[in-house]
Structure formats: C-alpha cells, structure tokens
Ligand binder design. Structure first.
Ligand SMILES: [Zn+2]
Ligand SMILES: [Zn+2]
Length: 387
C-alpha cells in the first residue's frame, strides 16, 4: 500500500460506528495501485507468455524476488521490528528494508504501528485495523482501500522504532524508494538477462501482486481457516497450508498468543522458513537474542485448550449419560487433577528458584515437561473418542 495521510476534513469527534456505516472516502492511490497491478498481471502475463515466452532467467529472478519480498516482510517487518522477537545486524536490516520496500506494503514504521494495533485489539471492529470480524474482504484488502479511522497509523505505539535512523530514512523517502525498487530492480535484471519487457511484466507486476495477496492472507484467511490449538480467545488460526505460502506465518494461532517468539511454527517439523532463516543467521553472528517461549508455557496453553474443548463436548451429554461417556468424564477429571498438580509443581519450582535455593531447575522442569507431553497425547486420544 502506498503511504497516505488522513484527509483534511476528518472530524476526530465523529463516532467510530458512525464512520463505519457512512463508508469513509476511498484512498485512490491504493485502489489504483491494486487494480492496475492486478490488471497488468492478468493481461500482460498470458499475452507475453504466449507471444514471446518467459525465459528460465525470468522465472528464476521472479522466484528470488518473490521469496526475498516475503521473507523481508515476515522476518524483518513482522518478527524483527513489529515484535522485537530478536536482534539483527545492520546489514540484515538493510536487506530487509530493500526487499520490504519492494514488497510495497508501506514503510516499516506504518506497517509495524498497524500490526501492533492489530495484536493489541485483535478482532475489535473499531480498533483492529484489519479485524477479521468485518469479513474476508475487509481484512484481506478492503481496510486499505478506504480511509477507515481504525487503519490510521498512530506512531505512539512504536517509540522504539522511531529512533532507528534506517527506518526513519525509509519512511521519509518511501515513494522514491518504492519506485526505485519496483522499476529499478526488474529493469536491472532485464538488462542483465536481455529481456527487459519480460522481467518488467513477471518480476515487476506479477511478483508484486502475488507477494501482496500472500501477505494479505495472513490478515484474512489465517483468522478464519484452520485450528486453534493454543487459544480460542481470538480468531487467529494455525494452518499448515497457509504456512507453506506465507513463509511460516500460517501458524497464526500460536503467533497471537506468543507474539514475541521468533518462531511461528514452534515445532521443529512445522514449515516456517522464516524461523530457519533467523536461526541460520545466528550461526554467522548476524542475529542474536532470539526469543523463545518456554516449552512449559506452550504445553500449558495447549492443555488448557484441550480441557476446554473436552469439557464443552461432554457438557452436551445429560448428567447420567451412557456408560462410556461417564467413563470419559471420570478420565477427564483425573487428567485435570494431574494437570493442576503439574501446574502446582511448576509454581513451587519457580518459587524455590526465585528464592535462590539450589534446585536442579533443568532436570525437574524437564520432568514436568515430559509428563505434560504425555498428557497432551492422552488428551488427543480422549478427544478422538469424543469426536
Ligand atoms: Zn493476526
Ligand atoms: Zn504479529
């Protein structure tokens, strides 16, 4: 989206619900940019493909820039700047800024301000800039097409980022930098590989449209389609299919409850190339202070959800239900007691550790984690019997 300012006739006293029903004015620069880039892609890609054909170099540059744009948004804009999930060397930040600018999703300052607002007010129809409660279209792209009060950036929530001179530079010269990245880089590739028009169409337009909508899916589909293993207090979902096309951001349910974790796909086997890139850069000293949620907290959230689901399911049956339901109720009560005692063990361990008693924290914590892991598996079996 192109940077935009609030219109001069905006009345700050107008109530949020009034402005919602009155439909705020269109942001023509954003609308035209989305429509024209989509039209150019839909018309020019098949035309050029059929009349001239795209070369292998065209497709390779397209793929490299597409992934670079995506990872600059997920690794840079999102996990580094919006959530401060790790620290990075200035050279990594520079690469993020070049390709993040090319992704045309506004300056990092505006993006992060909006994203922090999203996390703080998730699902709130008046405060969440891309609230999924306002429907697929709104959360996907509609929120950028009109001057909604909820979408206006408020830099009060990014005091840490405003001090960063690199981010300030990008914000200040955003438009020329966008034009340079989006026309300059495809043009340069076209000159190098002797196919300027093919590169402009594929790497200029098609890459941008794809990169846009893939990111937008995180605000729309990742709040609608998938599972909620860690929390159902907001609409965020875990979705392995979305994770594949969003460089790992599809594990959005985990992300919303543990937003400061540098991983979104927290299990080692979950597809999250962004976390692998961040951890890989750490090997070269280019990233550091990677934040990880303690395993115990993740297990606690997971089990709390499993108990809530099982209890809600069993509540549908009458008090003295069929014998197998009564057996499941007894098993659930037993599991819940053991969960509470694990929580009490953990609390005691933490208190002892805080009191600086010489406790063998690691091995006792691992014991608790191992028992919770077994319990998560037992609860899965119990849920399968309830289904
Ligand atoms: Zn979200
Ligand atoms: Zn986030």
């Amino acid at each position: 989206m192109v940077s935009y300012a609030a219109p001069l006739n905006h009345d700050p006293q107008a109530s949020m619900s009034d402005t919602r029903s009155a439909k705020p004015p269109l942001i023509w620069t954003n609308l035209l940019m989305f429509v024209l880039t989509l039209a150019a892609t839909v018309i020019l890609v098949p035309w050029y493909g059929l009349t001239h054909g795209f070369s292998t170099a065209d497709w390779c540059v397209f793929a490299v820039f597409l992934v670079a744009n995506g990872m600059a948004i997920t690794g840079g804009y999102h996990r580094l700047w919006a959530h401060r999930a790790y620290e990075a060397h200035w050279s990594v930040k520079l690469v993020y800024l070049v390709f993040g600018t090319m992704a045309l999703q506004n300056s990092a300052l505006v993006w992060c301000s909006g994203h922090r607002k999203h996390h703080l007010n998730v699902d709130d129809v008046d405060q969440d800039p891309y609230s999924a409660r306002r429907g697929f279209w709104f959360s996907h792209i509609g929120w950028m097409l009109r001057d909604y009060p909820s979408g206006r950036p408020d830099f009060a929530n990014i005091p840490d980022l405003r001090k960063d001179p690199m981010l300030a530079f990008q914000h200040r010269y955003y438009l020329p930098l966008v034009l340079l990245a989006n026309f300059g880089l495809p043009l340069l590739a076209g000159i190098i590989f002797h196919d300027v028009l093919g590169m402009m169409i594929l790497v200029g337009f098609a890459r941008l449209v794809w990169a846009h909508h893939v990111t937008f899916f995180i605000n729309s589909l990742a709040h609608m389609w998938g599972t909620q293993p860690y929390t159902d207090e907001n609409s965020a979902r875990d979705n392995p299919v979305l994770a594949v096309i969003t460089y790992g951001e599809g594990y959005h349910n985990f992300h919303h409850i543990f937003a400061h974790d540098y991983r979104n796909g927290v299990r080692w086997w979950q597809w999250d190339p962004t976390k692998w890139m961040i951890a890989g850069l750490q090997l070269f000293g280019l990233t550091w202070r990677l934040k990880r949620t303690p395993r115990f907290q993740i297990q606690r959230a997971c089990l709390a959800m499993q108990f809530r689901r099982a209890q809600a399911h069993l509540a549908k049956f009458p008090e003295a239900g069929p014998s197998h339901i009564e057996q499941l109720r007894t098993r659930l009560a037993h599991e819940y007691d053991s969960f509470l005692s694990a929580l009490a063990d953990w609390k005691r361990l933490k208190e002892e550790w805080l009191a600086e008693k010489k406790v063998d924290l690691q091995s006792r914590l691992h014991d608790i984690e191992r028992s919770l892991s077994r319990q998560i598996r037992r609860m899965r079996l119990l849920q399968a019997q309830l289904a």
